[in-house]
Design a protein around this ligand. Structure first.
Ligand SMILES: Cc1cc2nc3c(=O)[nH]c(=O)nc-3n(C[C@H](O)[C@H](O)[C@H](O)COP(=O)(O)OP(=O)(O)OC[C@H]3O[C@@H](n4cnc5c(N)ncnc54)[C@H](O)[C@@H]3O)c2cc1C
Ligand code: SF4
Length: 495
């Protein structure tokens, strides 16, 4: 570390966000362009270069955080980019999108604000692109082995890049018209501009990875046929089977799943549509579900010009500090967090009657009522206790012209027939069964990412992609030098 007293002399400073009024008028990323670089080296100086760096353990990728903090504090960007890319294929994605379990585990966070690890990661990644350090790395020799990767989310992309660089001939099959999975049509532009995705895909193409978009395996091409044409297959199809809300009035028009709504807004940003046919403009919007998907709906509805937006969370409002008895350091705690979308909702007062920002906590939806045309107009809710039992006398009615259900996902979507055609075994909870080597019961077929782990995070998806690549490489060649940062059974750190 360049400054051994940095953590005592320099306060934490995050990458500033643009003013709310400005940023809700466009779809660009919320951060002030160019404002990170001038502050980031001093921030990296706050790292204590711990003997046992818990930041590193808390990251599923095993990112070499103290090493690149030191390199950034010395402004050695090339070496920092090398160390970062040694463990993470796509740090510009995680640098923008990761909830940063590393920061929750940072030793400094025991009694001070953590090192801004995520900001440092993003600065290195962006600098690597600007300075030309992220050149394509095609393999020296081809192995003569072929791999089909099904799904082009972060899992499929990481697996494909690792296997291509190891010399295998890799084709990625994607049922959507563009590559990227949930990073393309789920996550909004204001969280990550898609140009970052395009740049990586170009790098992968230059390395030799092939992409076949608009091709649903199981429907457009038989899964068994694909298996017979390739030496190995990786299923990385995500977990997009959404959960339902079976309450009276669910059938009314205007009640949509979040993943029906968000892709349309993303298509407007891509230039495919003039306006979203589900736009929130002028509507009273209620989002059911307190997670990140709900927050993405919130930021989107605000930008579309909703008349009001409220987000319902069934859990009680968490405290500002971690509960040391339940979720002690270095675990990732459930605390009150103000995402960029929540900050916008708070400042614009999109839901004046909410508990905090736009959120109503401990709120459970009882039913919907509609107008004579069968369109939703109201959502009826009650407050609940910690056991989700309704509290008498707490019933409320919210105006609702557009209701967005963001209740999570149960496992991979099976409609394409891929899983059934290959006879893949499934877990009772709806995810794909695999062994300790990521292999399914179908010979030569592997499974990784949300499809097998269940809905998770991009950092876990990249770790899954890297680990399944090592397993496939071993299957094809008898050994592998590819890194495997996680096993299929690893889970986030808990007590
Ligand atoms: C709205 C939303 C916001 C999120 N925000 C964040 C965030 O900010 N930070 C974070 O860390 N995580 C976030 N997540 C979670 C994260 O996006 C996922 O954990 C991650 O994308 C999973 O990666 P994956 O590659 O396993 O699956 P996916 O990203 O779901 O990709 C799977 C791909 O497989 C394709 N596919 C499916 N079936 C077939 C088939 N039969 N043939 C061909 N292709 C097929 C799909 O079209 C899709 O492109 C968010 C999730 C959602 C829904
Ligand atoms: S735990 Fe925090 S202070 Fe320690 S090495 Fe990691 S980033 Fe630096």
């Amino acid at each position: 570390m360049a400054d051994p007293k940095g953590f005592m002399t320099t306060p934490r400073q995050d990458w500033p966000r643009r003013p709310v009024e400005e940023r809700v008028g466009d779809w660009d990323e919320v951060y002030v362009p160019g404002a990170l670089l001038p502050i980031v080296s001093k921030q990296a100086d706050r790292c204590m270069d711990c003997g046992i760096p818990f930041c590193h353990d808390a990251c599923p990728l095993g990112n070499l955080i103290p090493e690149w903090n030191d390199l950034v504090s010395r402004e050695d960007w090339r070496a920092a980019a090398d160390r970062l890319h040694a463990t993470n294929n796509f740090p510009e994605f995680t640098g923008r999108l990761c909830p940063a379990p590393c920061e929750a585990g940072c030793v400094l966070a025991i009694n001070q604000p953590a090192v801004t690890i995520k900001n440092v990661e993003c600065a290195i990644a962006d600098r690597a692109w600007e300075e030309g350090f992220a050149q394509p790395r095609p393999p020296d020799r081809l192995s003569g082995r072929t791999v089909a990767v099904i799904g082009s989310g972060p899992t499929g992309l990481a697996a494909a890049q690792q296997l291509t660089r190891a010399g295998h001939t890799v084709a990625v099959f994607e049922k959507d018209d563009r590559v990227g999975g949930l990073m393309r049509y789920g996550i909004p532009e204001f969280k990550m501009e898609k140009r970052h995705l395009e740049r990586r895909i170009e790098q992968m193409r230059a390395e030799g990875t092939r992409f076949r978009t608009s091709t649903a395996v199981g429907r457009d091409i038989g899964a068994a046929e694909l298996r017979s044409r390739y030496d190995a297959v990786v299923i990385a199809t995500g977990a997009t089977a959404w959960r339902e809300l079976p309450v009276p009035g669910r059938e009314l028009a205007g009640i949509q799943q979040a993943m029906e709504y968000l892709p349309l807004a993303n298509r407007v940003c891509e230039g495919d549509l003039e306006a979203s046919p589900m736009s929130a403009a002028g509507k009273h919007v209620v989002i059911v579900g307190g997670g990140d998907t709900g927050a993405d709906c919130l930021g989107t509805a605000v930008r579309e010009g909703a008349a009001s937006v409220t987000q319902l969370d069934i859990y009680a409002q968490p405290g500002a500090e971690r509960d040391e008895d339940v979720e002690p350091w270095p675990t990732y705690p459930k605390i009150y967090r103000l995402s960029a979308a929540h900050e916008e909702a708070r400042d614009l007062e999109t839901a004046p009657a909410a508990d905090a920002d736009a959120r109503l906590f401990a709120a459970s939806t009882l039913r919907f009522t509609g107008d004579a045309d069968g369109h939703v107009r109201s959502l009826h809710l009650t407050e609940v206790d910690a056991g989700r039992r309704p509290l008498p006398g707490t019933g409320r009615e919210l105006p609702a012209d557009l209701v967005l259900l963001a209740l999570g996902f149960s496992g991979p979507d099976r409609e394409d027939g891929l899983i059934d055609q290959l006879g893949i075994g499934m877990e009772p909870r709806g995810t794909i069964t695999r062994d300790a080597g990521f292999a399914t019961n179908a010979p030569g077929v592997f499974a990784a990412g949300d499809a097998a782990r269940g809905q998770s995070l991009i950092v876990w998806a990249i770790a899954e992609g890297r680990a399944v690549a090592a397993a496939v490489d071993h299957y094809l060649t008898g050994s592998s030098r590819l890194p495997a940062p996680i096993s299929p059974y690893d889970r986030p750190m808990t007590v």
